[in-house]
Every structure is written in structure tokens, then in C-alpha cells.
Design a protein around this ligand. Structure first.
Ligand code: C2E
Ligand code: CA
Ligand code: CA
Length: 839
């Protein structure tokens, strides 16, 4: 399994590499089987046609027997006499070599003796056909010395096109020269060139080596590579040399200079003789008719002379391994393009550009270097690989979250299904063997304050945060564990193999700690936390993966409801609780209009004078069915549902209204300050400042008598925005206070920039003050810090006289807690104010 995982991980990381290997393998397979050969040959022809044509070879003259000549002579084959007369005529002009490309093995009287005499000329080369004379071979004319005969066989490709120059062959120790090679050697007789075959691989003529074709040469795959063959490098699509007709010669209509010291080829081009060949030029072009055999021979002779005399190149090709590497490189290129370019139009455009470039490279090498590089195979690999990647990516996108790249809900459900099935199978096996049940677990992780972050930072940075969270979660997991993003701010983890619940709890704990560490987004620190729901597979309870995920989410919501940043293992009873929560939400919605809310006030006492300095307004909900609902229970629900906004607005209005009444009723008391708690949602509200300003105006309360409490974590989520907003609030002459100080992750470097008046030391520190030394030091440190920053300190949760005494020694300005008073309804506070107590 771990190797399987490593493998799939490898594929995910290198999809372009994998697809290129697969596609290249496929293309090479098809190519090897010959499937691409026809297309490669067509491309070759195209490149040949794109090459600029050369002038006719000045060393050659072709005497053709045309249809008109045959009509003039009124017979075919021509009589020996006519041929003899032709040869005689030509010899008068002193050609260096004459090639008689017409079979003369049997006589066609009259004139046999004249012809035999002409055939004795030492500069005359005749033809024969290879093979057994008794069967398909055709012998040379009688009395010809073997070194004045060449075979006239022309090799054809499977599509009957002439692309190769068959130079030479050996059989049973005998050597066979082609007509064109014989002619060339005779023409260059004064150079005394020797022909040396080198193990079917090359033919050495004098100093020049002609590497010969093998069965995989260039675009060929199944070439009959017997003998010594090279690609026929056509001089041009038309004639390779000057052409005259039999009639021209017989009637003296030629310039002797055309013949003198030239290599003269004689043969027929008359269509009725059917000695015609398809060339790459005639293939797709009506203006280029099929080529007479003698003209093909002229092309071949011209090529051989060009190589031997002009230093022309023999068309070369790459060995197999390099061709395969070439194909793979293009497959890889296609794969990379397919992976990188997200838009199909861009991909199409780049594939087109890539294809044109590839053809350009092949054509360039062919024209400039005379190399034949395969085009169709790399092109197919290029397109194939980019399409394969595109298909893979479409599939991948369907199963993955675009933002984080993690598996999405669909894929995760599949993975859980797989774990369920595997768990069941293993249990069947193991119960027989060991009796112990291996198990899996699913964790659902919900971010606690994501909506607030989204509201205050904007969706763009919230996305960045999600990516960072995904990374952090991933780094906390083992290689076999599956992490997925199953909702906007929800992740899920499948642990396919766990030992016990402790292992899972440990992991949940670890991941929560990881997420609690600040994230740095564009230079700013952001804090968040996560609640985790856990489903353990016990007794193979689950059949449907959807049920697993639902239960994990239920447990996660439960964890959220019971105070966030914790984990909760799912228990079947929880589903009922979910229903309860839903009911709570519904009731909460009605609570405002039904006026079920009430404010209680808890005195804040000046430790210097011992007198009441103000109150903290605390929300109470009295529901006819539920009775008293504790704020801990409903505030988080109100925040999640945004109901906190209208509720919070009501709290501010009510507190201001009440405060203004008390100010009037107790003018003898020092000005009182009412503190109101502000939730993160309200803090992110666009019109918060305007709203408070309006409330102050309507109630007539002085801004200085209202204090807003924001918790440390809200203040630190987005420091710059917080500071800007706090400044605007300060402009209303409000007081500001940091609540629950010490429980979040305040960055001390920012603290001095907050225009806050007060720090509230969290109850947890105060309550442990008397007993543990460490905590009293913390309180002391916070008090000193606050004083240094010019802020007052309120100690929360003062319950004992010892705590009070200690706080007084530490010069803490204010105290709040049960020692002085519990939060009380307004009537009770009024009685208290009348008494004007002193502690
Ligand atoms: P908080 O802002 O930390 O409020 C102080 C809480 O500590 C109050 O609980 C108060 O009753 C309790 N408390 C005060 N003195 C003592 C003490 O000596 N010992 C102990 N053990 N507890 C003490 P309460 O009223 O239940 O409020 C709980 C939380 O609910 C508040 O914590 C605040 O975060 C939230 N809350 C209450 N009213 C509002 C409101 O109007 N708006 C918002 N956004 N949140 C509110
Ligand atoms: Ca508070
Ligand atoms: Ca507090």
C-alpha cells in the first residue's frame, strides 16, 4: 500500500512526465508496427517538394524514345537497325559513356549484325534485370562483358513510389552493380574508383562512404533493406538532364556539344511502353507526370556523380534510440504544455505552434543538413500527450479542490468508501485469525472564525489563509492519510489505519495546535482555530461514506458549540443535539421581536476609592419555553447566524439608554461608564461607527460614558484594519477596552499602536492569583505593561478579599467580580446606586 501511495503521489507530482512516457511508448509501438510509415513518407515527399529544384545536370544527356518516335518507326520494339543507327550517330559526337536502357537480349531484325558491332563499343553500358534468367530475370544482350552491364531494377515503396536509389547487391559471392552505378563508374573511369561493400552497412566508392538504409531508416519501419540502398535525392521533380528524342538524333537536330564527353542515357518515355514510375513529385501534382525509367536512372546517376564529384551529402537519418528519445521529448513537451496551459484555446494555439515548429525543425534539417528526421511520430506524441494531460486534468479537477489542490468532497467520499470496504474485508479475515478489529477514523475540521476573517480581510486573503492551513494540516499527516477540503472552511481527514482512539485524539490535538499558531498573510499575523469532530469506525457500524462525513460534521459542530478550538468524538446521541441546536437558532430569531432579551449590569469598582465606577452590560435571554439561556450557549450561535448584529445593536441602544437615565437620576455620583461587549461580526460591520454615533445622539449619552470591549483575538485578526476602525471610534470620544487579555495571542509589538484605554485581565489569571505564584506574576506583568502603555487595568472575576488586597498592592485601577456584585438587573442596580456602597 505504501508503494502504491508513493506511486500515485509520483503521478500527481509528475503527470507530464508519466503521460509523456505512456504516450511516447504507445506512439513508438504503433510506429514500430509500421502504422505511421505511410504518413512519414508523405511528409518526406512534402519536404522533398519544398526543396528548391536544381538545374539539369550538365554532365548528362538523355535520349528518349517518345510516342512520336515509335509512330515514326511504326514498330515497337524498335528494330536493331534503328538502335544501331542511333548509337552510330551518337558515337560520332564522341560521348564519354553511353547507357543503353533498352533490353536487347533478343534480336529484332533487321540489322542484328550492325547492332552487335555497335554493342562492342567499349564505352557502352547495357542493362539486365536481376534474378534468375530462367525465371523473372532478364539477361543482358549477348556478348556483353559483365563489367559493361548493370541491373536496371528500380525499388518501389509500399505505395509504389520511387524514393530509393538501389546501388549495388551481392549474392553468393557475386557482385551486382546497378545501371546507374556502372554508368557513373565508367564516366569516372580515369579515377579508377573501387567499390567496397562494408557488411551491408555502407558502400565505399573510392574515398566516399555511402551509409546504406536499414529497415528503420527515417520514417521507414518495415523497409526491405536488402542490398545497398540510399535515399534517392532527386535533382528536381522534372528532368535531371537535358532531353532529346530519338528523332532529334537520327535527323541530326542536336548540337554535338551536347554529346561530346557526356554521359548519354537512352531509354523510352512513351506511355504506351509502360516503363513509368511514380515519384514524390508526381504523387500529388498533375503537372508532374510519372517519370520514364530512363529519367529515373538519370536522377540516380546525377545523384551518384553529385556525391562523388560535388561532395553532396547522402541523406542520413537517426539511429533508433535517438529517434525514440526525439519522440519522447515531444511527448514531454506536449505534456508540459497540457499541464501548464489552463485554457483550451491557449493549449490549442500552443499545440499548433509546436507542430509548426516541429515541422520547421524537420524541414530545416532536411534542407540544410540532408537529414531525414521523423515528424509524424513526434507530432502524434506531442498532440497525444497534451490531450492525455488535458483529459487527466479534467478528471483531476472534477475530483480536486481548485484552491488548495486537495481532494474534494467527491473524491473523499470515495476514499472513505474504500476504507469502509477494506475495513469490512479485513475484519472478516482478522476475526478468524486474531479476533482484533483494525480500524479507520474520519476527522472533520471546521475553522472557528473563518467568516469573520473573510469579512475583515476580504475573500482574497481568506483564500490565502485556506491554502496555508491546507499546507499546515498536510505536513502534520502521515503519507497514507487522506486530507480533503469538503466545504468552504471545512477540511476532512481519513486515517485509514489507526491503532486506538488515543492516536486520533493526539493527532487532533496536534493539528489544532498547528492551526492556532499565527499565519502570516502579506506581512500580517492572522489567528484562527479549528474545531474537530471525530468518527471512529467501531464494529463496522457504517456502510455509507456520506453517513461518516455527516456524523463527523455533527461532532465538529458540537465541538464548536461547546466553546470552539476543541475536538469531539461522535456519539450516536449527538444527532438529537443537532436538532436542538437548530431549534435554538429558530428561537433566537424570534427573541428580538418578542423582547426576550434583557441586560444585566455588573459593577466595575475603582480599587482606589472602593466606589462603583461603571458597569459591564451583559446579555440575558429569558425564553418562555427554555427558561434562562446562558450567553455561552447562544452567543456563538448568534454569531454563526449573523443574528448577533441586530442583537448587538439592541444591546448598545439599551445600555446607552439605561446609562443616560442613571446619569440623570444620580447626578451626585462621579460620571459612570457602561461597558458593552462587541462581537467580531459587529466589528466587521461596515456601518458600525455611524450606528453608534446615531445611538449616542438619540440617547443623548456622552461618548465618554460608553466603553466598547473587544476581545484580544478580534483585535489581532487584522491589525491594520482594527487600528483604523478603533481610530474612528475614538473620534466619537468612546472608550475602548481589550477583553479577556492573556487568553489569545496578542502580539505585543502591535499593542502600543492600539488607541485603547483599558486592558481587562482575564478571569483565569485573577482566580489563580492567590494560590500560584506564576499567575500572580502574570497579573503583575500585565498591569505593568498596561501602565507603561498608558492604559488602565480592570481585573475580571475578583472573588476573594485576598485577590482584592493583592490587586490593590499591584496598583490595579479597577476590579469586577462576584466579590463586589454579580451581574444584576437594572432595578437591583438602581438600589445599589442609591446605597452608593464602598468596598
Ligand atoms: P465576558 O465579557 O468575559 O464577561 C464576563 C463574564 O464573567 C460574565 O459572564 C460574568 O457574569 C462573569 N463573571 C463576572 N464576575 C465573575 C466572577 O467573580 N466569577 C466568575 N466565575 N464569573 C464572573 P456572562 O454574563 O455569562 O457572559 C459570558 C460571556 O458572554 C461574556 O464574557 C461575553 O463574552 C459574552 N457576552 C455577554 N453579553 C454579551 C453581549 O451583549 N454581547 C456580546 N457580544 N457578548 C456578550
Ligand atoms: Ca466583557
Ligand atoms: Ca472578559
Amino acid at each position: 500500500m505504501s508503494t502504491g501511495h508513493r506511486f500515485s503521489g509520483f503521478i500527481l507530482k509528475h503527470p507530464a512526465l508519466i503521460s509523456s512516457l505512456l504516450v511516447a511508448g504507445l506512439v513508438v509501438g504503433v510506429r514500430q508496427a509500421g502504422g505511421l510509415q505511410p504518413w512519414e513518407l508523405l511528409t518526406y515527399d512534402e519536404m522533398l517538394r519544398l526543396r528548391p529544384a536544381q538545374d539539369p545536370d550538365p554532365r548528362l544527356l538523355v535520349v528518349t524514345v517518345t510516342e512520336q518516335d515509335i509512330q515514326e518507326q511504326q514498330r515497337w520494339p524498335l528494330s536493331d537497325q534503328v538502335i544501331a543507327r542511333l548509337l552510330e550517330r551518337l558515337q560520332q559526337y564522341r560521348p564519354r559513356t553511353i547507357g543503353l536502357g533498352i533490353y536487347r537480349d533478343i534480336s529484332h531484325p533487321p540489322g542484328q549484325s550492325d547492332l552487335l558491332k555497335q554493342l562492342q563499343a567499349p564505352n557502352l553500358i547495357a542493362i539486365r534485370l536481376l534474378g534468375d534468367a530462367a525465371k523473372d530475370g532478364v539477361p543482358a544482350p549477348p556478348g556483353m562483358a559483365p563489367d559493361r552491364v548493370g541491373f536496371s531494377d528500380i525499388v518501389l515503396d509500399p505505395d509504389a513510389v520511387v524514393r530509393r536509389n538501389f546501388l549495388f547487391a551481392t549474392s553468393e559471392g557475386k557482385r551486382f552493380y546497378s545501371f546507374s552505378l556502372r554508368l557513373s563508374l565508367h564516366y569516372l573511369a580515369d579515377q579508377h574508383l573501387t567499390v567496397t561493400p562494408i557488411a551491408q552497412k555502407a558502400l565505399q566508392i573510392g574515398e566516399r562512404v555511402f551509409p546504406t538504409l536499414d529497415s528503420h531508416a527515417g520514417g521507414y519501419q518495415t523497409l526491405d533493406d536488402r542490398g545497398y540502398q540510399i535515399m534517392l535525392n532527386y535533382r528536381s521533380g522534372k528532368a535531371a538532364a537535358r532531353q532529346v528524342t530519338l528523332g532529334d538524333v537520327l535527323h541530326g537536330r542536336i548540337d554535338p556539344a551536347w554529346v561530346k564527353d557526356k554521359l548519354v542515357l537512352i531509354g523510352t518515355t512513351a506511355p504506351s511502353v509502360k516503363d513509368l514510375f511514380v515519384t514524390p513529385f508526381s504523387l500529388s501534382d498533375d503537372k508532374n507526370p510519372e517519370m520514364g525509367g530512363v529519367l529515373v536512372h538519370a536522377q540516380k546517376v546525377s545523384q551518384i556523380l553529385g556525391i562523388l564529384l560535388d561532395g553532396q551529402s547522402v541523406i542520413w537519418y537517426w539511429p533508433q534510440p535517438i529517434e525514440i528519445a526525439w519522440i519522447w521529448i515531444w511527448a514531454l513537451l506536449g505534456g508540459i504544455l497540457g499541464w501548464r496551459l489552463r485554457h483550451p484555446a491557449w493549449l490549442g494555439l500552443s499545440v499548433a505552434i509546436g507542430g509548426i515548429s516541429l515541422f520547421g525543425i524537420c524541414l530545416g534539417i532536411f534542407l540544410l543538413q540532408a537529414g531525414w528526421i521523423s515528424f509524424v511520430a513526434p507530432m502524434s506524441a506531442f498532440i497525444g500527450s497534451s490531450i492525455a494531460i488535458l483529459a487527466y486534468r479534467l478528471l483531476y479537477n472534477a475530483l480536486h479542490d481548485e484552491l488548495t489542490g486537495l481532494p474534494n468532497r467527491t473524491l473523499f467520499i470515495n476514499q472513505v468508501q474504500w476504507a469502509i470496504n477494506r475495513g469490512r474485508q479485513l475484519n472478516l479475515l482478522k476475526q478468524k485469525q486474531l479476533g482484533c478489529a483494525p480500524s479507520w477514523a474520519v476527522l472533520s475540521l471546521g475553522l472557528d472564525s473563518f467568516k469573520a476573517i473573510n469579512d475583515s480581510f476580504g475573500p482574497h486573503r481568506a483564500d490565502e489563509l485556506l491554502i496555508a492551513i491546507a499546507k499546515r494540516l498536510k505536513s502534520g499527516l502521515k503519507s497514507g492519510d487522506h486530507l480533503a477540503r469538503v466545504g468552504g472552511d471545512e477540511f476532512a481527514i481519513l486515517l485509514p489505519q489507526i491503532r486506538d482512539i488515543d492516536e486520533v485524539a493526539h493527532l487532533a490535538d496536534y493539528l489544532q495546535k498547528q492551526i492556532k499558531q499565527p499565519f502570516v498573510l502579506q506581512g500580517q499575523e492572522v489567528f484562527t482555530s479549528t474545531s474537530v469532530g471525530i468518527v471512529l469506525n467501531e464494529l463496522d457500524r457504517y456502510l455509507q461514506p456520506e453517513d461518516v462525513l455527516r456524523d463527523a460534521q455533527t461532532a465538529m459542530n458540537q465541538a464548536k458549540a461547546s466553546g470552539k478550538a476543541r475536538y469531539q468524538v461522535f456519539m450516536p446521541g449527538m444527532r438529537v443535539q443537532v436538532m436542538t441546536r437548530l431549534q435554538l437558532e429558530t428561537d433566537l430569531r424570534r427573541a428580538i421581536e418578542r423582547q426576550e432579551f434583557q441586560l444585566h449590569y455588573q459593577p466595575v469598582v475603582s480599587l482606589l476609592t472602593g466606589k462603583i465606577a461603571g458597569f459591564e452590560a451583559l446579555l440575558r435571554w429569558q425564553n418562555p419555553q427554555r427558561g434562562f439561556v446562558h450567553p455561552m450557549e447562544f452567543i456563538s450561535v448568534a454569531e454563526e447566524t449573523d443574528l448577533i448584529i441586530p442583537i448587538g445593536q439592541w444591546v448598545i441602544e439599551e445600555a446607552c439608554r439605561q446609562m443616560q437615565i442613571w446619569q440623570h437620576r444620580f447626578p451626585q455620583l462621579a460620571p459612570l461608564v457602561v461597558s458593552v461587549n462587541l462581537s467580531s461580526k459587529q466589528f466587521a460591520q461596515a456601518n458600525l461607527v455611524e450606528q453608534i454615533e446615531q445611538t449616542l445622539r438619540q440617547t443623548g449619552l456622552n461618548g465618554h460614558n460608553l466603553k466598547l470591549e473587544i476581545t484580544e483575538s478580534i483585535a489581532m485578526t487584522d491589525v491594520e484594519t482594527t487600528i483604523a476602525l478603533l481610530m474612528r471610534l475614538k473620534a466619537l470620544d468612546l472608550q475602548l477596552s481589550i477583553d479577556d487579555f492573556g487568553t489569545g495571542y496578542s502580539s505585543l509589538s502591535y499593542l502600543h499602536r492600539f488607541p485603547t484605554d483599558t486592558i481587562k485581565v482575564d478571569r483565569s489569571f485573577v482566580s489563580r492569583m492567590g494560590s500560584e505564584d506564576k499567575d500572580s506574576h502574570i497579573v503583575q506583568t500585565v498591569i505593568m505593561l498596561g501602565h507603561n502603555l498608558g492604559m488602565d487595568i480592570v481585573a475580571e472575576g475578583v472573588e476573594t478579599t485576598e485577590q482584592l488586597a493583592q490587586l490593590r498592592t499591584l496598583k490595579c485601577e479597577y476590579g469586577q467580580g462576584y466579590l463586589f456584585s454579580k451581574p444584576l438587573p437594572s432595578e437591583a442596580i438602581e438600589q445599589l446606586l442609591t446605597m452608593d456602597p464602598q468596598w
